[in-house]
Write a protein of this length. Structure first.
Length: 251
């Protein structure tokens, strides 16, 4: 099983608000389908074809194993557009029988689907397409050894940050799946930006002010007794930007 995160072509309201160099994403996600017309020359297997997803979260261990195979991962990357086994075999320089073997494994786990069937005389050619442009393996696929913030002793460590990120993937995919099952929108908030500190002292001062600001916002808006209220998880993380020479600093 994997959870689908819809792309912009699905029914999605996504508000991108730049604020002082910060990109804020306020999204209310609703899973949808795109209707394709059946032409005279091509016969669609299913006239209601789900939209190509930006990201799909893989939760089943077996599906994760399938995607980690280099050849199958390459096939998934090639199938952002519908293609036949013969076309993929020529493109990748692999025997068609071997390509068909890998495609069956991908299709079994819902990683690719039939886009259409073409009739050529007495023969039928299937065109397959990936269900998403990219995939993320959920920590849930690792079972009891999956990362858990509650098992991380040092709350100031990079390990704790990674455990928090893993929990977002795990919980987010579960919420999205429930959203799809119930047909209800899932409201999310994402903030992404970069900041360059002039010194470690300035970074420490920023951290103190950020903690104070978040604490004040939580104090003002948190209400344990409001009827119909719903808890939300708020996570704030920061780390050196990859590729920045200052990322190598020890402190």
């Amino acid at each position: 099983m994997f959870t689908r995160i819809p792309s912009a072509v699905a029914n999605r309201a996504d508000d991108h608000r730049p604020v002082y160099g910060i990109t804020v994403h306020l999204a209310s996600v609703n899973l949808g389908v795109i209707h394709h017309e059946v032409s005279l020359t091509n016969k669609l297997v299913n006239p209601l074809i789900p939209a190509m997803l930006d990201v799909a979260v893989i939760e089943e261990p077996a599906a994760a194993v399938v995607t980690l195979d280099p050849k199958r991962a390459r096939l998934l990357s090639e199938l952002v557009e519908p293609a036949s086994a013969a076309a993929l075999a020529a493109r990748l320089g692999l025997p068609r029988q071997k390509v068909n073997y890998h495609l069956r494994a991908l299709e079994k786990h819902g990683l690719v689907r039939v886009a259409e069937e073409r009739r050529w005389g007495g023969l039928t050619e299937r065109l397959l397409v990936a269900t998403a442009r990219s995939y993320v393996v959920s920590p849930a696929a690792l079972g009891p050894v999956a990362s858990d913030p509650e098992r991380t002793r040092d709350r100031l460590s990079a390990s704790y940050l990674i455990a928090l990120a893993a929990r977002i993937v795990r919980e987010g995919s579960t919420l999205l799946r429930r959203s799809a099952e119930t047909g209800k929108r899932l409201a999310t908030l994402s903030i992404d930006t970069e900041i360059r500190f002039r010194s470690p002292k300035a970074r420490a001062r920023f951290s103190e002010e950020l903690v104070a600001a978040v604490s004040e916002l939580v104090r003002r808006h948190h209400d344990d007794s409001a009827p119909g209220g719903r808890r939300h998880r708020l996570v704030v993380v920061a780390h050196p930007a990859p590729g920045d020479p200052s990322a190598q600093e020890a402190s």
